[in-house]
Design a protein around this ligand. Structure first.
Ligand code: HEC
Ligand code: HEC
Length: 346
C-alpha cells in the first residue's frame, strides 16, 4: 500500500503541476472528465481581495443587518457579538492582542473588511454555509462592523466603499522580514523527495503518511484508515475502563423505523456538523453513553429541545440546529434517527 500511496501522491502532484502549466481542455488531453464551464468556475471562484476585487455589485445597511443578524446569527454569536457560551466572539477585544489570552475578534484582529464579507458568504451561518444572498451578506458585514464600532449606525456598505474601510489592526500584519519567509516556489526540476528528511513533526498535525511506511497519520487516511481509527478508539477505551467494547461498535446497525429513515438525510444536512463528531459539547451520533441519559427524558422532551433549542451542562443546542427553515416534523424525524442509531431505544 505504501508504494501505491506514494505513487498516487506523486502522480496527483504531477497532475496539478501540469494543469497549472497548461490550462487546456482536460477532457481532450487526458481522455476523461470535462472542462469546467464558466458557471461552474464562477460558483467556486468566490474569493474577495482586500482591494474589493471579486465583490458582487450591491449594498446593505447596518439597520437591515441588525434584523438578519438577530434572526440567523445571534443564537451563537450573541446579540452584541459577545458570543454565547463558547461560540466565537465577534466584537470587542480591543487592546488585548498582547495579553496572555488575547480576545481575537473581527474588530481587534482582522486586517481587512473584505475577509468579513468573504467569510460570512462562504461559511456562515455555521449550519447552512452559502445560503445567504449577496444583499444579506452586505447587511451582515455592515452590522458586524457596526458591532465593532468601525462604522456608524446609519452606514450603508457597498461594493464601492468596502475596500476603503480601515480595520483597527491593519498595521498588525506585515510581510515576514525573515529570509526564509521568501523562498521561491519550485514548479519544475525541484529537489528529489528521496533526498528530503523530516526534521520534526507534530503528532496528529504534520502529515507524514505519504513519507513513512506504516505511518498512522491523518494524511494516511486512505484505505483501512477508518478501521485503524476504530481499533485505536477501542484500545483507548479498554485502557481506561478495562472493558473490551470492540464487539459493541462493530455490531450490525439496528433496523431503522420509517421515521428514522426519513430523518437520516435531515441529520446529514442539518445536524451532522455538530453531532457527527460531537463538537461544541453536542452528544455524538452513535455514542451510547452520551445518549442514554438524554433518551431517558423521553422522546418528546428531546424533540422539544431540538425544536426550541436547549442549553444543558455541556453546551448550546441552537433551535433546530440553526436551521429555522426545517419543519417541526423534520426535526422530530432527525431526532428519532439519532436516538435509534444510538441504539438505546426503539
Ligand atoms: C450554529 C452556530 C453559529 C451560527 C448560527 C453562526 N455562526 Fe458564525 N461561527 C460559528 C463557529 C463555530 C465559528 C468558527 C468556525 C471556525 O473557526 O471554523 C464561527 C465563525 C464566525 C466568524 C469568524 C470569527 C473569527 O474571528 O474567526 C464570523 C465573522 C461569523 N461566524 C459570522 C456569522 C454570521 C454573520 C452569522 C449569521 C449569518 C453566523 N456567524 C452564524 C458558529 C455560528
Ligand atoms: C451548532 C451545533 C449543533 C447543531 C447544528 C445541532 N445540535 Fe443538537 N445539540 C448541540 C449541543 C451542544 C447539544 C448539547 C446541549 C447540552 O446538553 O448542553 C445538543 C443536544 C441535542 C439533543 C439532546 C437534547 C437533550 O435534551 O439532551 C438533541 C435531541 C439534538 N441536539 C438534536 C439535534 C437535531 C435534530 C439537530 C439537527 C436538526 C441538531 N441537534 C443540530 C449542538 C448542535
Amino acid at each position: 500500500m505504501y508504494r501505491s500511496l506514494k505513487q498516487t501522491a506523486i502522480s496527483s502532484l504531477l497532475g496539478a503541476a501540469l494543469f497549472i502549466a497548461l490550462p487546456v481542455n482536460a477532457a481532450e488531453k487526458y481522455g476523461f472528465g470535462q472542462t469546467a464551464t464558466p458557471e461552474q468556475i464562477a460558483g467556486w471562484d468566490i474569493d474577495i481581495r482586500p482591494d474589493g476585487k471579486g465583490l458582487p455589485p450591491g449594498e446593505g445597511s447596518v439597520a437591515d443587518g441588525e434584523v438578519v443578524y438577530e434572526q440567523l446569527c445571534a443564537t451563537c454569536h450573541g446579540f452584541f457579538g459577545e458570543g454565547e457560551a463558547r461560540w466565537p466572539v465577534l466584537a470587542g477585544g480591543f487592546g488585548t492582542l498582547k495579553d496572555e489570552r488575547p480576545t481575537k475578534t473581527v474588530g481587534s484582529y482582522w486586517p481587512y473588511a473584505s475577509t468579513l464579507y468573504d467569510y460570512i458568504r462562504r461559511a456562515m451561518p455555521f449550519t447552512a454555509p452559502r445560503s445567504l444572498t449577496d444583499e444579506q451578506t452586505y447587511q451582515l458585514t455592515a452590522y458586524v462592523l457596526y458591532l465593532n464600532e468601525i462604522v456608524e449606525d446609519d452606514f450603508v456598505l457597498t461594493n464601492e466603499n468596502l475596500a476603503q474601510i480601515e480595520m483597527p489592526n491593519k498595521d498588525g500584519f506585515f510581510d515576514d522580514p525573515r529570509p526564509d519567509g521568501h523562498n521561491k516556489r519550485c514548479m519544475k526540476a525541484c529537489d528529489d523527495p528521496k533526498t528530503m528528511t523530516i526534521q520534526g513533526t507534530l503528532s496528529g498535525i504534520t502529515p507524514v503518511g505519504h513519507f513513512i511506511e506504516g505511518a498512522d497519520a491523518p494524511a494516511a487516511s486512505h484505505e483501512g484508515q477508518e478501521e485503524l481509527e476504530r481499533e485505536k478508539a477501542h484500545a483507548r477505551k479498554a485502557a481506561l475502563t478495562g472493558e473490551d467494547s470492540s464487539d459493541i461498535d462493530d455490531a450490525k446497525p439496528v433496523e431503522l423505523s420509517d421515521k428514522a429513515v426519513a430523518g437520516k438525510e435531515i441529520f446529514e444536512n442539518a445536524c451532522k456538523v455538530c453531532h457527527g463528531s460531537g463538537i461544541a459539547g453536542s452528544p455524538k451520533l452513535g455514542d451510547h453513553e452520551e445518549w442514554a441519559p438524554r433518551v431517558k427524558q423521553g422522546i418528546s422532551v428531546l424533540v422539544g429541545h431540538a425544536i426550541n433549542g436547549f442549553s444543558g451542562s455541556s453546551g448550546i443546542m441552537p433551535p433546530k440546529g440553526g436551521r429555522v427553515d426545517l419543519s417541526d416534523q423534520q426535526v422530530e424525524e432527525a431526532v428519532i434517527y439519532m436516538v435509534e442509531l444510538s441504539r438505546v431505544s426503539k
